[in-house]
Design a protein around this ligand. Structure first.
Ligand SMILES: [Zn+2]
Length: 364
């Protein structure tokens, strides 16, 4: 296999240097006879879509490996070279067999409660079975499990609203069991009420987190709990509100108010020191390959662009157990013509994408 050579400004160090790629790895020591593929540009280890669903699309379940590969390609071509799957109803491990597709960290199937989540998506169990189901899904995933932790409780008629799905003591037992197994816990949560129980249980990542009020932020930051806001998905709350309006007016109004405060709340979380990662929630109501739109939305929420890029790239990789562009690391990288920490538009026109040391042919 021919060695490759590239030169450019490496992030996050912002240092212009030469690097070589051989056998899928990066080295800063000269390799003779290498083919130069890049002489200038800004180089970063690609982005991380920290919340997407390979095997799901707006049209429904996608059990076909060819369809799953197309979803993964859309993410790769957008610059997302590492994906955290936040729960999939179908086996999506085929993506992990292909060298040309992004690396995938899976969370097994969503764990939900009957009548308290999207139908046919999760494994549905009652609270007395939650710990046992966490054990099962921990075996299916790559170090993560996913809980549906709040949802509309339709038992209250027109007064129905978002409500916690699991009793606090059950959550605490489930998170503690996951941690004993070396598995981290991500939880879907839109509203305010489920958060104190989740935070006290010591979960690892809050997905969406639109209910994160100021009084909780110090504790979330102290515990190092991450938030993956999925702002471009939160922007669909208005449609959810319209659909629920006639039968569930309280719930509808709540969803609208969560959308209205979403930017202010995520900025407050950032200012309190909460780690915020970038996830699109692609596969639910959105198509795959939207990482750049989520980055744009986070910048639009008032988080400094350099911070957004860092959290969306090298910091999220580290969070998931992957390295950045250091000696001997996986040669996963994207080259841009301009500095993405300054110029967002450059993200939409990557010059080249390298994954496992292989040049992606669909770019350039
Ligand atoms: Zn999701």
């Amino acid at each position: 296999m021919t060695a490759l050579h590239l030169r450019g400004v490496f992030l996050p160090e912002e240092q212009e240097r030469d690097a070589w790629v051989i056998d899928g790895r990066l080295t800063f020591e000269r390799v003779a006879g290498a083919e130069t593929i890049c002489r200038r540009g800004w180089i970063l280890p690609g982005f991380v879509d920290a919340h997407c669903h390979i095997g799901l699309s707006p049209a429904g379940h996608e059990p076909d490996p060819a369809g799953q590969a197309r979803q993964a390609e859309a993410n790769r071509d957008a610059g997302a070279l590492l994906l955290r799957d936040a729960g999939s109803p179908v086996d999506n491990s085929s993506v992990q067999q292909r060298d040309d597709l992004p690396r995938l960290v899976r969370a097994g199937r969503h764990i939900a409660r009957p009548h308290r989540y999207i139908r046919h998506l999760g494994v549905e169990v009652e609270p007395d079975q939650l710990v046992a189901e966490v054990e099962r899904q921990a075996k299916r995933g790559d170090g993560w499990v996913k809980l549906a932790a709040d949802w509309i409780d339709r038992s209250s008629g027109e007064r129905s609203d978002l409500a916690p799905v699991w009793p606090d003591d059950v959550l605490a037992a489930a998170v503690s069991r996951a941690h004993e197994l070396g598995t981290r816990v991500a939880a879907h949560v839109f509203g305010e009420a489920a958060l104190p129980g989740l935070i006290n249980a010591g979960l690892d990542s809050i997905e969406h987190g639109t209910g994160l009020t100021e009084d909780l932020l110090d504790e979330v930051a102290r515990r190092g709990i991450a938030v993956v806001p999925t702002l471009i998905n939160i922007d669909t709350f208005d449609e959810i509100a319209v659909r629920g309006e006639a039968r569930y007016p309280v719930y509808s109004a709540h969803m609208r108010s969560l959308l209205a405060t979403s930017r202010q709340r995520i900025r407050a979380a950032y200012e309190a020191g909460v780690p915020i990662y970038t996830g699109t929630d692609a596969g639910g109501s959105l198509e795959h390959g939207r990482i750049r739109d989520e980055i744009t939305a986070l910048v639009g929420a008032g988080i400094p662009q350099r911070e957004v890029i860092a959290q969306a790239s090298w910091r999220a990789r580290e969070w998931l157990g992957f390295r950045g562009l250091v000696e001997g690391a996986e040669a996963d990288l994207v080259v841009y013509d301009a500095d993405p920490t300054v110029e967002l538009s450059t993200l939409f026109d990557p010059r080249l994408v390298l994954l496992r040391g292989l040049l992606s042919t669909s770019i350039g």
